[in-house]
Design a binder for this molecule. Structure first.
Ligand SMILES: Cc1cc2nc3c(=O)[nH]c(=O)nc-3n(C[C@H](O)[C@H](O)[C@H](O)COP(=O)(O)O)c2cc1C
Length: 160
């Protein structure tokens, strides 16, 4: 009999005004819905990079700051590059205003491909719109984040 171990998922996000946190929480709920998955939600200052080797799946989320992910998150990924990460799965997400959909996401994906090749990006990143710098999220984005989490859960289950 094959004993299936519980998957461990970490979501590392940054959020100044709470909107990206809200998205991260919804994604967590979407991932957890089917049970048997433990999801840790934290920010770069809340976890030691070495600890991430204990997770099977790693997601990164950031607000778009000046057309890019936050510097703090980018630096965290630089530090993480020296940690042994192999056979991990992941994806990314951002929040943005105006016409900047997907811009920080694309940069995060490129950064991960360059610095963290042990993380396989199994799903295209998600981009969630806020109405102005402080938010709130525009209508429908919270539900979209929940669906993003559910879809991601299916993707990581397919990878077993
Ligand atoms: C310093 C700063 C720079 C920003 N630059 C951009 C930008 O270039 N493009 C954009 O779409 N949003 C920009 N924003 C708006 C953020 O995307 C928005 O504040 C964020 O999505 C809200 O997320 P949070 O509540 O998690 O902080 C900027 C916000 C700040 C604080």
């Amino acid at each position: 009999m094959r004993i299936r171990l519980m998957k461990r998922v970490a979501i590392i996000y940054e959020s100044i005004y709470g909107n990206t946190r809200q998205i991260a929480e919804e994604i967590r709920e979407g991932i957890r819905e089917g049970g048997n998955i433990e999801v840790r939600l934290t920010h770069p200052g809340g976890i030691h990079t070495d600890d991430l080797s204990n997770y099977d799946v790693i997601l990164f989320g950031s607000p778009n700051h000046n057309q890019a992910p936050t510097l703090n998150l980018m630096k965290f990924i630089d530090r993480l590059a020296i940690v042994e990460l192999e056979n991990k799965l992941g994806t990314v997400f951002d929040t943005y205003t105006g016409g900047n959909e997907g811009i920080a996401v694309k940069k995060l994906e490129n950064k991960i491909k360059e610095k963290l090749p042990g993380i396989k990006l199994v799903m295209e990143g998600g981009s969630f719109k806020v109405s102005g710098r402080k938010g709130p999220l525009i209508e429908g984005e919270v539900e979209k984040a929940r669906r993003f989490g559910q879809k991601f859960r299916e993707k990581i289950s397919d990878e077993e």
